[in-house]
Design a protein around this ligand. Structure first.
Ligand SMILES: *[C@@H]1O[C@H](CO)[C@@H](O)[C@H](O)[C@H]1NC(C)=O
Ligand SMILES: *[C@@H]1O[C@H](CO)[C@@H](O)[C@H](O)[C@H]1NC(C)=O
Length: 457
């Protein structure tokens, strides 16, 4: 019983978060082969809440190419889930993998056999999850006027209640807009912050919670809301459109069923059954909301398998969440775009689909540098910066590429917030304020550059 249940859970969890690639140096072709197999990782669905008791998070630092390949080969293996795979600031390949209890002995033996350095950073993921401070029943409290707090992760209803509270308290500068509905019928809410004026001001879009499990991201957006509403000087010059939870169905699911849920919650069957899809006759849930945008959709490093954690969807904008946001953004025509993800402290620029630089590369770099300096000043954290494709790996159908290419937003950035791997997705709530604070400083830098730019036009 225990064993078969464990096996089922293992199957339920497998999902390589990241598509691994070699960023530099030789061996790209071999890595590309491995990358194909990464796309077959699955995230099946569960009727019951998932427990991560005994799951360990390993930090792995392969040095040689052979070691690196042996690490990459772990992707897709039963009981192994990649949380991170990238080059760090000094160019070393680093990975973080979550290993199920039944696979720990096998995986650590393999790493030892290959002489790969690793350390266990989380001994028991369920313990870490239990230690996250979440507040489940604070919606009513907020609606009746009690203050929202930033030392807890909130459920969707509380975040929405907070947005309405801000709008009620500051009718002259705040307004909640419903831009559509999710697959499961939840409202998609955006908060506009900007002092009402006759003239049209440049606008900036900021979203969070595209990937459900990245809880620090919606939390950071609510912190930015808290601070921006006080900055009337800035709100005279710019309008901000903030969407803390871009994927509300997934966000709620990550609270109620599976803390590591990433995708939306629509249901899909394989269009053209791949060999893995054939093995599974049932449909799977969710589309990767950062592979579903109509920009080079389906070209590279996104999955056609509905069960993959990187499933791009049956067609661009198949998801009501991405469709609604894209239509709203097109009408808004903002001059700056910021999408907050987690984790690993990266400040990323276009492109994801190509290693060619954007034709605005120089300006993007300049603003990125300002942003990461501002972050450094506030928190001492060093964010790496560069294009998604060069710092991470190629992705297609990303919101960032779409914003830059199709919506024509020059200052478009995607941020991977903290941490750098001590907690990964399961960051303690005590990190909300520091993260919000450093991001607010970066937002101000982007706003400054975009306002200057808009003025000179
Ligand atoms: C990058 O990773 C290597 C190997 O783990 C480590 O020795 C180095 O300190 C890391 N550099 C940074 C900047 O984190
Ligand atoms: C499915 O297969 C058909 C015919 O082989 C092809 O035209 C189509 O593009 C495929 N669809 C996807 C999503 O790959």
């Amino acid at each position: 019983m225990a064993f078969s249940r464990a096996t089922f859970l293992l199957a339920a969890l497998l999902a390589a978060l990241l598509v691994v690639t070699s960023v530099q140096g030789s061996g790209q072709d071999e890595d590309a082969l491995d990358r194909e197999s990464l796309q077959e990782d699955v995230s099946l669905d569960n009727d019951h809440a998932v427990s991560y008791k005994g799951y360990k998070l390993l930090s792995v630092a392969p040095v040689t190419k052979r070691q690196r390949k042996s690490v990459i080969r772990l992707a897709g293996k039963q009981g192994v889930q990649f949380w991170l795979a990238q080059r760090n600031a000094t160019g070393s390949f680093v990975a973080q993998i979550l290993v199920a209890p039944g696979a720990v002995a096998r995986v650590t033996r393999r790493l030892k056999d290959k002489g790969v350095n690793f350390k266990i950073v989380i001994q028991d993921l369920q313990n870490a999850i239990n230690n996250e401070v979440t507040s489940l029943r604070d919606t009513d409290a907020i609606e009746s006027g009690r203050p929202f707090v930033w030392d807890k992760f909130h459920r969707l209803s509380a975040i929405y209640a907070y947005m309405h509270q801000v709008a009620r308290q500051h009718p002259e500068l705040a307004e909640v807009k419903t831009i559509g509905k999710s697959t499961e019928g939840r409202d998609l809410l955006v908060l506009k912050l900007g002092r009402k004026s006759q003239s049209v001001k440049p606008a900036m879009w900021i979203d969070g919670g595209v990937h459900a499990r990245e809880w620090i991201s919606p939390a950071a957006v609510t912190y930015i809301i808290r601070e921006l509403q006080k900055d009337t000087g800035l709100l005279n010059k710019m309008d901000f459109y903030l969407m803390p939870v871009a994927n509300p169905d997934g966000y709620e699911y990550s609270h109620t069923k599976d803390r590591l849920w990433r995708k939306t919650r629509s249901m899909h069957r394989a269009a053209n059954a791949t060999k893995t899809a054939l093995k599974r006759s049932r449909p799977c849930y969710g589309v990767d909301a950062n592979r579903n945008w109509d920009s080079h959709w389906g070209q590279r490093a996104a999955s056609m398998d509905p069960c993959s954690n990187n499933y791009q969807g049956p067609h661009p904008f198949s998801e009501p969440e991405t469709k609604a946001a894209s239509e709203f953004i097109l009408r808004l025509a903002p001059v700056a775009y910021l999408s907050l993800h987690s984790y690993s402290q990266l400040w990323l620029m276009p492109w994801g689909h190509s290693d060619e630089p954007s034709r605005h590369d120089l300006q993007l770099r300049k603003v990125s540098l300002k942003a990461v300096e501002a972050i450094q000043d506030v928190s001492g954290h060093t964010y790496q910066t560069g294009s998604i494709n060069t710092v991470l790996y190629p992705i297609s159908g990303s919101s960032l590429d779409w914003a830059h290419e199709k919506a024509g937003i020059r200052y478009a950035f995607l941020v991977e917030l903290g941490d750098t791997g001590d907690y990964g997705f399961v960051l303690p709530a005590s990190e909300i304020e520091p993260t919000g604070k450093e991001m607010l400083a970066a937002v101000r830098e982007v706003a400054k550059a975009a306002i200057e730019d808009a003025k000179s036009k």
